[in-house]
Ligand binder design. Structure first.
Ligand code: FAD
Length: 340
C-alpha cells in the first residue's frame, strides 16, 4: 500500500479556512521531498457539496461523514487511519487542531511534532523546525517513527492556490458507532480517559467574524492598564472605517475584553490593513494570530518587546501618555497642551 501525506481540513461547514491552504502548501513541500501523494480529509456532516467542489478543484478528498465536534474528530480520524496507511498527517496548530492532534498521535502510536514552522530534508529523513519555551527558542527535531502527526504553525507556509488542471477525486467514508467514552483506547497510559464521559459542546459567544473582517484592528495588551485607557481605545476605534477592538489573551482572561475578542493561536486570526498593538509584548501565540497584518504599529514602553521586531512603526512611549494625545490629534480636538 502506498504511504501518503494527509491534510486534515479546517472548515466552517461552507468553505475551508485559509489555514487549510497553508497545510496543503506544507504537504506539497513534503510530498515533493519524499515522492508522496497528498490527500485531504474533511470531517463533518452535510459536507458533500463542499467536498465535491474541492475534488473539482483538483484535490483528492476523503469525506468522513460524522457529526462535527472535536471529540468526534479524534475518534473519527482514529477509525479512518486505523484502516488507511499514512506517513504524515498534517493538522493546523490552532485551537481546534491542538485539541485533537496530540491525542490522535497517541491513538495511532505515532510521533507528534507541534507548531512546525519549517521543514528540511537530511539524508532522506525530514527535520522540522518548531518553537520551544513559549517561543523563546527554536529547535530542529527529527521524528524516529514511521508514522507522524504534525501540527503546522499558522502563517509559516504561504497558502497554496488550488490547481484545477490536476485531477481530483472524492471518496465518502461513513463513520458510524463511535464510542461514547474513550473506552476504545487500549494503551495503559490512557486508562484515565475511561473515567470521562463526553457530554457535548457549547459554543461561547464570539465576535471573531467582526475581528477577522476588520480593516483596522486596535489591539490591547496587558500594558493597557485601566478601563479608562480601554475607553480611549474604543473612542479611537470609532474614528476608523471597519475597525474592531481586539486583545491579547491576558486582557481577555482578566475580563477587560470578552474572549471573543482574543487574537492569537487560541483566538481569532486577523490580517487587517492596520494592526495597532497597544502594550502587547508579542508572545508567539499572539503573533500567530496577527502576523499576516499588512502594517503593524506597536506602542510599548519597552523597546526590546518582541512585537517591536515585527512592527513597521515602533512607538516607545507609555500608553497613559500616548493614548490621550493620539485621540486628541486623530479626532482633531485641541487640548490644553496646545496639540492640534
Ligand atoms: P505581557 O506579556 O504582560 O506584555 C505587556 C506589554 O505591555 C509588555 O511588553 C510591557 O512592556 C508593555 N507595557 C506595560 N505597561 C505599559 C504602559 N503603561 N505603556 C506601554 N506599554 C506598557 N496570548 C494571546 O494573546 N493570544 C492567544 O491566542 C494565546 N494563546 C495561548 C495558548 C497557550 C497554549 C498558551 C500557553 C498561551 C497563550 N497565550 C496567548 C498567552 C501568551 O503566551 C502571552 O502570555 C500573552 O500573549 C501576553 O499578553 P500581553 O502581551 O498582553 O502581556
Amino acid at each position: 500500500m502506498n504511504k501518503k501525506i494527509y491534510v486534515i481540513a479546517q472548515h466552517d461547514g461552507k468553505g475551508i479556512s485559509p489555514i487549510t491552504h497553508e497545510l496543503l502548501a506544507f504537504a506539497g513541500k513534503v510530498a515533493t521531498l519524499q515522492s508522496l501523494c497528498v490527500e485531504l480529509v474533511l470531517v463533518g456532516n452535510t459536507l458533500f457539496s463542499l467536498a465535491s467542489d474541492l475534488a473539482d478543484k483538483g484535490i483528492v478528498v476523503n469525506l468522513l461523514d460524522v457529526a462535527d465536534d472535536n471529540r468526534i474528530y479524534k475518534q473519527a480520524l482514529g477509525a479512518f487511519f486505523g484502516r488507511h496507511e499514512f506517513a504524515w498527517i498534517c493538522t493546523a496548530h490552532t485551537a481546534q487542531g491542538m485539541d485533537f492532534s496530540p491525542g490522535l498521535a497517541v491513538k495511532l502510536a505515532a510521533a507528534h511534532v507541534s507548531g512546525v514552522k519549517d521543514v528540511e530534508a537530511e539524508n532522506g529523513a525530514l527535520n522540522f523546525l518548531r518553537a520551544m519555551e513559549n517561543g523563546k527558542k527554536l529547535a530542529w527535531v527529527s521524528p524516529l517513527t514511521q508514522r507522524v502527526v504534525l501540527s503546522i504553525q499558522p502563517g509559516a507556509f504561504k497558502p497554496q492556490k488550488l490547481d484545477i488542471s490536476t485531477e481530483g477525486a472524492l471518496t465518502v467514508h461513513h463513520i458510524k458507532n463511535l464510542p461514547v467514552t474513550a473506552g476504545d483506547v487500549s494503551s495503559d497510559s490512557c486508562k484515565a480517559w475511561k473515567k470521562i464521559r463526553f457530554k457535548g459542546v457549547k459554543k461561547t459567544p464570539s465576535d471573531m467574524k467582526g475581528l477577522s473582517q476588520a480593516s483596522v484592528v486596535l489591539a490591547v495588551g496587558n500594558g493597557i492598564g485601566s478601563q479608562e485607557n480601554l475607553d480611549i481605545v474604543y473612542k479611537l476605534a470609532r474614528l476608523f472605517h471597519k475597525c474592531a477592538v481586539g486583545g491579547s489573551r491576558i486582557v481577555c482572561d482578566s475580563g477587560l475584553l470578552s474572549h471573543g475578542r482574543q487574537v492569537g493561536i487560541t483566538g481569532a486570526v486577523v490580517a487587517p490593513s492596520l494592526y495597532m498593538a497597544c502594550g502587547i509584548s508579542g508572545a508567539f501565540q499572539h503573533l500567530a494570530g496577527m502576523d499576516q497584518s499588512e502594517f503593524v504599529v506597536s506602542i510599548n514602553r519597552d523597546p526590546t518587546a518582541p512585537m517591536m521586531n515585527m512592527a513597521d512603526v515602533c512607538i516607545v512611549e507609555d500608553l497613559n501618555t500616548f493614548l490621550p494625545i493620539c485621540l486628541a490629534i486623530l479626532s482633531g480636538e485641541k487640548n490644553g497642551n496646545g496639540i492640534e
